[in-house]
Write a protein that binds this ligand. Structure first.
Ligand code: GUN
Ligand code: FE
Length: 437
């Protein structure tokens, strides 16, 4: 049922601030005809959500490669630079065929919504037409989506069968995508993104052209930065600069830039990103396979960097922000405690690194919204009503409550143990777009 134009009563739980859970019990949210929250209060409602259920903000997946969904759970045996050439570029190249692309993109978008992902920041492929198709599919499915045509034009690193014809073509097609997506009747729900894959796949001419375009069009920018030892070392060799410094030099580090992974950021890199207002998409599951290290999440937060969470499908083999949030806590614990039992305890880890599940939940919701500078991720006047209804009692689900009554204790169990059958409904812009019930 649509909640647009209605007053909705229930238990709402969100984390507008990092590390703090707020429970709004018996709250009444008023939505306008576009699905924006216009009031939060108590009293009369048009819709009363079932007893025992709770509403969470929808998740923001801040880094995901839509075309890699067919290899989810496969091809996890090789280091990043091998994985790209051996598995990933051949798969992505097949999206030149729209009949190949369509069912795969449709399945992914539907699955993400069912898992509670209401906003996704997508890398598509290097193909303009298939990238437009992904935007169309997100529009039709009702998902909030930011979609980028991948730029990869450097003949030294990209195979002939899968690369942009030239830097000029890469920039022109990016501009064409921006025009196309901005022309869709989406009320700003589907947005274009400037998407250089990463420095190793792009020529300086392409990076320069995309930086100019970013200034001209003011749209979002996404790329990979300092992900693995190899990727981090590449920019240092080519420029004598880190990825972050080089991207900034090309005009690609803005308030609306999202840097994926970013494991090997230096302290000055973090200061630079914070100064520009840019963000990091932390991808804890993928990092275990490809990043050679754990992202120092807490340090980045303390430095004032915006951070959200990403699945990095298919570098990360799970299409769910629930797992990314759990993984963020687990990875932070490994960084703090250390991993090599041969080392003495005081040399094994990095103190002050752990985060808790409330922080991970904030990053998966409000943190992602802030990273994108979009009004999503928590329940407040002016925010879009992007949310999911959790029913902890569904037998087919995986949450098991016994005698818990404290809402924070219930919330923790929900965060750690929920699965798809527990997601009874999903709304985006107040419109019902999915859910198990
Ligand atoms: N760096 C460049 N391309 C990719 C990609 O597709 N996945 C990941 N994880 N890192 C990348
Ligand atoms: Fe990635």
């Amino acid at each position: 049922m649509t909640l647009r134009g209605r007053r909705v009563k229930g238990r709402f739980i969100h984390a507008p601030q990092s590390g703090e859970i707020e429970v709004l019990d018996d709250a009444v949210l008023t939505l306008d005809a576009e699905g924006t929250i216009t009031a939060i209060g108590t009293g009369e409602a048009d819709v009363v959500l079932p007893e025992g259920t709770l509403v969470l903000p929808g998740f923001v997946d801040l880094h995901i490669h839509a075309p890699q969904y067919p290899q989810l759970g496969q091809a996890l045996d090789a280091p990043l630079e091998v994985w790209l050439g051996k598995y990933t570029f051949p798969l992505e190249a097949r999206y030149a065929d729209l009949d190949f692309a369509r069912p795969r993109y449709e399945t992914l978008v539907k699955d993400l919504i069912s898992n509670g992902t209401t906003t996704a920041l997508y890398f598509a492929t290097a193909h303009l037409e298939a990238t437009k198709l992904l935007a169309d599919i997100c529009l039709a499915a009702g998902q909030r989506a930011l979609v980028g045509k991948v730029v990869m034009d450097d003949p030294n690193s990209c195979p002939e069968y899968y690369r942009d014809a030239s830097p000029e073509v890469a920039v022109a097609e990016t501009r064409a995508l921006i025009d196309y997506v901005r022309g869709l009747a989406s009320d700003g729900r589907v947005l274009p993104v400037i998407t250089p894959r990463f420095i190793p796949s792009c020529t300086d001419a392409a990076l320069r052209g995309l930086g100019t375009l970013a200034t001209e069009c003011g749209c979002h920018v996404q790329t990979h930065a300092s992900e693995s030892d190899w990727a981090h070392g590449y920019a240092l060799q080519r420029y004598g600069k880190t990825d972050t410094e080089a991207l900034d030099g090309f005009g690609l580090l803005t308030r609306k830039t999202v840097l994926a992974h970013a494991n090997f950021l230096t302290d000055p890199d973090m200061d630079r990103i914070a100064a520009r207002g840019g963000a990091v998409a932390h991808c804890p599951i993928s990092n275990m396979y490809f990043a050679n290290s754990v992202f120092p999440l807490r340090h980045a937060l303390e430095k004032g960097v915006h951070v959200g969470l990403g699945t990095d499908i298919s570098g990360g083999p799970i299409a769910s922000l629930w797992d990314a949030a759990r993984g963020a806590v687990q990875a932070s614990r490994l960084l703090e405690g250390g991993v090599d039992p041969k080392l003495p305890a005081d040399k094994r880890g990095r103190t002050n690194s752990r985060i808790d599940i409330a922080t991970a939940f904030h990053l998966a919701t409000a943190g992602g919204g802030q990273a994108l500078d979009l009004p999503v991720g928590c329940f407040a006047v002016g925010q879009k009503f992007d949310a999911m209804l959790i029913d902890p009692r569904v037998a087919a689900g995986t949450i098991r409550l016994f005698s818990e009554t404290d809402p924070v204790a219930i919330f923790e169990k929900v965060l750690y143990t929920a699965s798809r059958p527990n997601i009874a409904a999903v709304w985006i812009d107040g419109r019902r777009v999915g859910g198990a019930a």
